[in-house]
Design a protein around this ligand. Structure first.
Ligand code: ZN
Length: 298
């Protein structure tokens, strides 16, 4: 019998928990992210029930952050300095490990989604790519040379600095950088506050989308110039506004101004900047893939 894995996609608004082994074998439950005690209790309860039916071989966790990924650190597996209330300094991995003595994989939500797309989706066969999510917050991860992007800590692509449009008077939504950074200017809550309505209620042709596409394109151009990814996958609630994709394709090409002569960008930008092919399941499937990797590396 093949191994069965547990997965958590821990988001700021909801926790998605699953057991399975692939997109064809996946059982999912989700609940709201409330206090750490209540939310972790529900996650543990879910896995205990599932584990009773079929034993889990490993659990993968993709979490909102910032998180501590340094195995030598005293706070490895913690959510660290998050602006999300009550969730700073929470021992996420330790809390799960105390209940299940099996390998636990831990990474950022975006690296997990990237891994899911690498196994089963839009990044199959690629070793250098970016996965970006634009929703309640903005985050980015992906792979470099076939390995999930880490470093001193982990990338924080949502907080790169972006020049403010001369007509944009918005004060920004990032508690750390106000209107200086990508998340402060272009997250779902920033769109809502700037225009007085949630993104999904603004309508297809609202001027919000031109400005949104501009800020996203500036960030993408900087990632392209710095990391030279083979593809960029963009998911998250804001990107459900599909009209953004053609606007972004056009603006990225205009900003690069033919400086990069690679055919993927020059001739095929539609298949270079794409939505996740696993859709909303990228994160939780990536956590399954992370569990799989963790077991193989033990
Ligand atoms: Zn910021």
């Amino acid at each position: 019998m093949s191994n069965l894995y547990g997965a958590i996609e821990a988001g700021g608004t909801k926790f998605v928990c699953a057991v399975g082994s692939s997109p064809d074998n996946l059982y999912v439950e989700q609940f709201a992210t409330t206090t750490p005690e209540e939310t972790l209790f529900l996650a543990i309860k879910f896995f205990k029930e599932q584990n009773y039916k079929n034993q889990l071989s490993a659990i993968g966790i993709g979490s909102f952050g910032p998180i501590d990924l340094n195995h030598n650190s005293d706070t490895y597996g913690y959510i660290t300095s998050t602006p999300k209330m009550n969730w700073s300094n929470i021992d996420f991995v330790g809390g799960i490990k105390a209940e299940f003595n099996i390998p636990i994989g831990f990474d950022t939500d975006v690296n997990c989604a990237a891994l899911g797309e690498h196994y089963w989706g839009a990044a199959k066969g690629l070793v250098d790519f970016i996965y970006l999510t634009i929703g309640t917050g903005i985050g980015g991860g992906g792979m470099l040379n076939g390995k999930l992007m880490h470093g001193l800590g982990h990338p924080e692509m949502g907080h790169v600095f972006i020049p403010l449009d001369s007509k944009d008077k918005y004060k920004g939504k990032c508690p750390f950088h106000n209107n200086s950074c990508f998340e402060g200017l272009a997250s779902g809550p920033a769109i809502h506050e700037r225009w007085g309505k949630p993104a999904k209620d603004l309508g297809y042709s609202h001027e919000a989308w031109g400005l949104e596409a501009q800020y996203i394109s500036v960030a993408l151009v900087n990632y392209i110039l710095t990391l030279s990814p083979q593809r960029i996958i963009i998911g998250g609630g804001v990107m459900e506004q599909k009209q953004l994709f053609p606007l972004i394709h056009q603006k990225v090409r205009t900003m690069l101004n033919s400086y990069i002569q690679l055919p993927e960008i020059k001739n095929n930008i539609n298949s270079y900047i794409v939505p996740p092919s696993l859709g909303k399941r990228a994160g939780v499937l990536g956590a399954i893939a992370l569990a799989k990797q963790e077991l193989e590396h033990k």
